[in-house]
Design a protein around this ligand. Structure first.
Ligand SMILES: Nc1ncnc2c1ncn2[C@@H]1O[C@H](COP(=O)(O)OP(=O)(O)OP(=O)(O)O)[C@@H](O)[C@H]1O
Length: 311
């Protein structure tokens, strides 16, 4: 039996829709592998993130949780993982899989994940994000939260014409966002000191390395350093945005003159007007401020550290 799971019951949260149905298609093979490893588990097939969270919250103490899906699936169980201290196993079957990517995993690599159960578990940081005072304006994040261009692009995706698919949809949304968006005045505080003040195209508070399915906003990410990273793209002119996006893709944007990048424990963003916000890629609407703090070691990951699973 896999040592980390030995004696610990595991709830497998299966999001059949993740990865455009990939999780559903690969589930029979994963189930076979779980049996082969002698893992004792119960399956939670949730129709919505809220259903998954309620089912995980209702598990008896001591149960661990496996998220079979993408970043949305991991995010759906994160409040219970953090607040009830349930160990988390990530089995990536989503589209972007940004958190799994920071762990060195690609979609569908369930054999590698199960083999990793031989390795010691590890604690990784999470973020607590607040962006209002009412109910539902607080969230946990493993990847990061962003305000500005990338969130607005995500908000514009459903407006893309039906003939666009996949990458073409993103290009359409990027261009339409670019046409309509100007850098907005923003003040960024890190641990109480001003990091940036001026027009900004985008501000992200990061924990993991990537967002948006592999864009390396935070190339120096260390999931266990007890710090968050702030990335600001300041007063970028329209024609500078496409080459800057290309640099973010490969993590070569930090030396760009319009980019600020720093690490700390508490970040605050204050905008002069409402700006679109996402948390782990999940849109949260338009807001004028955000406060993010790092929660050092808040998540116990059963994806053990090994040479192939560096953080
Ligand atoms: N536990 C869950 N059960 C059912 N549906 C969920 C669950 N978690 C999230 N969802 C919904 O399913 C959608 C897809 O899930 P998920 O984000 O995991 O996959 P993806 O979008 O393919 O991958 P990624 O987010 O890594 O790009 C989410 O946008 C959300 O609406």
């Amino acid at each position: 039996m896999a040592p980390l799971i030995n004696g610990r019951p595991l709830a497998v949260v299966l999001n059949r829709s993740a990865g455009n149905g990939r999780a559903a298609r690969e589930w029979p093979r994963l189930r076979g592998e779980l049996h082969a490893w002698g893992v004792q588990y119960r399956t939670i097939e949730s129709g919505t993130p809220a259903e998954a969270l309620a089912a995980v919250r209702a598990l008896p103490p001591g149960w661990a949780v496996a998220a079979v899906g993408g970043d949305g699936t991991v995010a759906s169980v994160l409040p219970a993982v953090i607040e009830q201290e349930r160990p988390l196993l990530v089995l990536p079957f989503g589209t972007g899989n940004d958190f799994a990517g920071t762990l060195g995993l690609r979609a569908g690599q369930f054999r590698e994940v199960l083999a990793g159960l031989e390795n010691p578990p590890r604690r990784v940081d999470a973020l607590r994000v607040r962006y209002g005072s009412g109910p539902g304006t607080e969230a946990y994040s493993l990847n990061g939260a962003g305000m500005g261009f990338d969130a607005q692009l995500t908000a514009n995706l459903p407006l893309a014409p039906a003939w666009t698919q996949g990458a073409a949809r993103y290009v359409w949304a990027a261009l339409s966002t670019l046409r309509a968006m100007q850098p907005q005045p923003c003040r960024v505080l890190l641990d109480g000191a001003e990091l940036y003040s001026g027009p900004a195209m985008l501000c992200s508070v990061m924990n993991a390395r990537t967002l948006g399915g592999g864009f390396q906003f935070n190339p120096a990410a260390d999931l266990a350093d007890g710090r968050l990273n702030v990335v600001v793209a300041g007063d970028v002119r329209r024609r500078q945005v496409p080459p800057l996006i290309a640099r973010v893709r490969v993590g070569r944007h930090l030396e760009h003159p319009a980019v600020r990048y720093a690490a700390g424990q508490v970040a605050e963003l204050h905008w002069e007007q409402p700006v679109q916000l996402h948390v782990d890629g999940d849109l949260r609407g338009e807001h004028m401020w955000l406060r993010a703090e790092v929660l050092p070691g808040a998540v116990q990951l059963l994806n053990g550290a090994s040479r192939s699973l560096q953080s």
